[in-house]
Write a protein that binds this ligand. Structure first.
Ligand SMILES: *[C@@H]1O[C@H](CO)[C@@H](O)[C@H](O)[C@H]1NC(C)=O
Ligand SMILES: *[C@@H]1O[C@H](CO)[C@@H](O)[C@H](O)[C@H]1NC(C)=O
Ligand SMILES: *[C@@H]1O[C@H](CO)[C@@H](O)[C@H](O)[C@H]1NC(C)=O
Ligand SMILES: *[C@@H]1O[C@H](CO)[C@@H](O)[C@H](O)[C@H]1NC(C)=O
Ligand SMILES: *[C@@H]1O[C@H](CO)[C@@H](O)[C@H](O)[C@H]1NC(C)=O
Ligand SMILES: *[C@@H]1O[C@H](CO)[C@@H](O)[C@H](O)[C@H]1NC(C)=O
Ligand SMILES: *[C@@H]1O[C@H](CO)[C@@H](O)[C@H](O)[C@H]1NC(C)=O
Ligand SMILES: *[C@@H]1O[C@H](CO)[C@@H](O)[C@H](O)[C@H]1NC(C)=O
Ligand SMILES: *[C@@H]1O[C@H](CO)[C@@H](O)[C@H](O)[C@H]1NC(C)=O
Ligand SMILES: *[C@@H]1O[C@H](CO)[C@@H](O)[C@H](O)[C@H]1NC(C)=O
Length: 373
């Protein structure tokens, strides 16, 4: 069963303002001209609504969302948190200023091993998710990380586009010798899942491994410590029922998260998949005061044929389509939200942090919204 309960935490007055605008956007109801941008969370607005995650297909027009900051080759390390904006509400779209924004939750820096980014999950914070400020439109993305090791707690390293093309590495914490790979196209929940479990990894909690998503126009390859574990050919991604090629093909942000799947608002299948309900009495949790996952580095090698520069600052969506897929073009338009609006995005309406649960929840997002005070 698809989740039908979407919990909105009414935590701030600015959020109330957003909510009182009350306009839900979806495939059949794009946003009006006055509030043209359909946020990641499925509500119409201006300002921050037009930044990361803004869905051009559900917005007033294809160019309502701000252009997506173009890919730049990078090695992100975490000696300190200076390149991370810890409150996404303050992001203005300037990808030169920050490499990451914390969409939800909290981070720590362990200050050991050269600096490690800690993603924190507590019973009350609902987990942590960071998004890259830049997008990748094909490229090689690797994350060196240590996962959680607790049933119901999922560590994730994914790519997510504004129209919800998604490529996943996910680690349900009940099993620390496996990692799961998956992909989605435009948020479509395939009835034959594209998920696969990669086995034989040595203790993902105790050891750093480098997990790679090598996403090219013709093939998607997943690797662990440079060993290829799975390859999907673009030409094999045709949905046999519809004939549509469901290969992820739009610019995507990199997302790192630690999220609670084993909680009672999750769908039964999600809870089971994640290894069961989270035990908040776990001795690791009790002694540290939180669950955590650690990230040592993220590297990005863009596949773009052209380098970023004054004439290439962003990606924009174009209207020409081949089998339901918008075109993507380079542009020199700014990615910065000049209006400088400050909105608290209704992030907390999502029970999960990207990936699996987010995809599963899209129908719920488009349909029934239950407001919890
Ligand atoms: C982010 O900033 C907004 C605006 O000041 C505030 O309402 C919100 O509580 C902040 N979020 C966090 C997680 O601190
Ligand atoms: C974006 O951030 C960079 C680095 O902090 C800064 O030099 C630049 O002026 C900013 N651009 C705008 C338009 O604010
Ligand atoms: C890491 O060091 C910074 C200063 O370099 C300090 O502000 C921070 O509290 C330290 N973090 C931890 C977890 O010790
Ligand atoms: C983890 O998954 C592998 C592969 O499915 C399985 O062989 C192993 O027994 C599992 N370990 C635990 C602790 O469940
Ligand atoms: C998959 O979807 C197609 C089209 O909606 C449907 O005909 C088919 O029964 C579905 N298969 C399964 C296993 O759910
Ligand atoms: C869900 O769990 C929370 C505590 O984590 C509890 O307060 C709440 O009553 C539970 N709800 C249901 C429907 O079981
Ligand atoms: C940038 O575009 C302008 C035309 O708009 C052109 O004259 C210039 O040569 C381009 N610069 C680069 C570095 O490509
Ligand atoms: C759309 O297709 C037409 C005709 O092929 C072409 O002239 C136009 O440049 C295309 N526009 C975009 C945005 O790709
Ligand atoms: C973008 O490029 C066009 C020509 O392609 C040029 O007219 C325009 O001034 C450029 N805009 C910026 C912000 O560089
Ligand atoms: C889209 O939103 C409209 C307006 O809120 C709603 O009536 C409609 O049922 C939604 N459609 C879908 C497919 O969720």
């Amino acid at each position: 069963m698809i989740l039908t309960l979407v919990v909105l935490a009414l935590s701030s007055s600015s959020f109330l303002a957003v909510n009182s605008q009350g306009i839900v956007c979806n495939v059949t109801s794009p946003c009006p001209e006055s509030t043209p941008c359909c946020s990641e969370y499925g509500f119409c607005g201006t300002g921050n609504f037009c930044l990361g995650g803004c869905n051009p297909l559900y917005s007033n027009s294809l160019d309502s969302c701000l252009p997506n900051p173009v890919c730049e080759d990078a090695t992100h390390t975490f000696a300190d948190d200076s390149r991370i904006l810890t409150n996404a509400s303050y992001f203005d779209g300037n990808a030169s200023e920050y490499d990451w924004v914390v969409d939800k939750g909290s981070i720590i820096n362990t200050n050991s091993s050269g600096g490690e980014l800690g993603l924190i999950l507590t019973e009350t914070n609902g987990g942590t998710r960071l998004s890259s400020t830049r997008y990748v439109h094909y490229g090689i993305i690797s994350a060196k990380l240590k996962t959680g090791r607790w049933p119901g707690v999922v560590t994730a390293f994914i790519t997510m586009s504004n129209i919800k093309d998604e490529i996943d590495w996910e680690f349900p914490g009940a099993n620390t010798t496996t990692g799961q790979t998956n992909y989605y196209w435009q948020g479509v929940i395939p009835n034959a899942t594209h998920g696969e479990t990669e086995t034989g990894v040595s203790d993902t909690f105790s050891n750093y491994h480098e997990y790679t998503i090598d996403w090219q126009p013709d093939a998607l390859t997943f690797s662990i410590d440079s060993n290829v574990v799975r390859t999907i050919k673009q030409s094999d991604a045709v949905n046999p029922t519809t004939g549509v090629n469901e290969y992820p093909n739009t610019p995507s942000r990199i997302q790192l998260s630690l999220w609670p799947a084993g909680i009672n608002t999750s769908a039964p299948g999600t809870i089971q998949w994640s290894g069961g309900m989270i035990n908040w009495q776990d001795s690791d949790y009790v002694s540290a005061g939180h669950f955590y996952a650690l990230v040592q580095s993220v590297t990005v090698k863009c596949a773009d044929p052209q380098s970023p520069g004054a004439n290439i600052t962003s990606y924009v969506y174009g209207s020409n389509q081949t089998t339901d897929t918008p075109t993507v073009a380079f542009s020199n338009q700014t990615t910065i939200n000049g209006a400088g609006h400050l909105f608290e995005l209704p992030w907390s309406m999502l029970g999960g942090l990207g990936s699996q649960v987010m995809s599963w929840m899209i129908p719920a997002l488009l349909g029934l919204v239950v407001v919890h005070l």
